[in-house]
Write a protein that binds this ligand. Structure first.
Ligand SMILES: [Cu+2]
Length: 305
């Protein structure tokens, strides 16, 4: 089979196929962490072990899809060229070819098994919840998210999307605030800790999604669904409601700030003391620090201060 492919496929086509197969990996480098970048092609950068596994599975599936599409295309072109009326005036009367029939049944089965193994492994890992270090409750509303921290006295955070003027004001302070994703009050979780998210809704079905965490689960009224994540990187991670829920469906973003243990405890302290002003100050300071680290990492002039 391989020999046959090699015989039929010119070297340039093989090189092209290889380039296509390697392309997804190369494109990954330019993807945003926590939110997508203009012109981005691939998935947002992974920030949790599950997201990394999911991306590997996505790449594998893409390689299989592209390889099959190219193989079928080449096969069709070959047949059109080699067996057209002019070149092949007396058609073969073959109706059965046992080896070929077995091959085109068995090979697709093997391909499906190749896809199924990492798929089931990923599914199992997604639904195997490690012991939580923190549990938060996410409640969907038309059209904003509320989050509660039952481990810390059940205080409540309501996140409303920032208007363009509010975005401009925060950007002026040096706090990166992407339009349509930034909210007035983000939720805060510690880095490298297992966070369980219990998800429900007050009205219609919403969906709690944070792409870089590979977290996505429906928020269903009267029910509690759940997801979990373990963020390995500090920073701001954005998500959006991903279940068409009505008029302002596109304007109810989710914003998760991942911080160090120290900052998290400081912030929890302020929230428990009902000192929202101090909590905001802590987060603004962290936002500037994280923006600074990011700017240095990207070797760009710091926009932090
Ligand atoms: Cu919604």
């Amino acid at each position: 089979m391989l020999k046959w492919i090699r015989k039929c496929m010119p070297q340039t086509a093989l090189a092209g196929l290889l380039a296509l197969l390697l392309a997804p990996g190369a494109a990954m480098a330019a993807n945003g962490l926590g939110h997508s970048l203009p012109g981005q092609m691939g998935l947002q950068e992974a920030a949790t072990p599950i997201a990394r596994e999911l991306h590997a599975f996505y790449d594998l599936t893409n390689i299989v899809i592209i390889a099959i599409a190219i193989f079928v295309l080449i096969l069709m072109l070959y047949v059109m060229f080699r067996f057209n009326e002019k070149r092949n005036p007396t058609p073969s009367t073959t109706t059965h070819h046992t080896l070929l029939e077995v091959a085109w049944t068995v090979i697709p089965i093997l391909i499906l098994v190749l896809i199924a193994i990492p798929s089931f492994k990923l599914l199992m890992n997604q639904y195997t919840y490690p012991k939580p270090d923190l549990t938060i409750k996410a409640i969907g509303n038309a059209w904003f998210w509320e989050h509660e921290y039952p481990d810390y006295g059940n205080f409540n955070i309501t996140s409303n999307m920032l208007t363009d003027e509010e975005v401009a004001a925060r950007e002026q302070k040096g706090i990166p605030s992407p339009r349509l994703l930034s909210v007035d009050n983000e939720i805060v979780v510690p880095v490298n800790k297992v966070v369980h998210v219990l998800v429900t809704s007050n009205d219609v079905i919403h969906n709690w999604t944070v792409q870089s965490f590979a977290s996505k689960v429906d928020a269903v009224p009267g029910r509690i669904t759940s997801t979990w994540f373990q963020a390995e990187k500090e920073g701001m991670f954005y998500g959006q409601c991903s279940e068409l829920c009505g008029l302002n469906h596109a304007f109810m973003p989710i914003a998760v700030r991942v911080v160090s243990d120290g900052v998290f405890n400081e912030w929890i302290g302020a929230m428990q003391a009902k000192d929202r002003k101090k909590a905001r100050e802590i987060l603004d300071k962290v936002a500037l620090e994280q923006a600074g680290i990011k700017a240095v990492a990207e070797n760009a002039p710091s926009q932090a201060r």
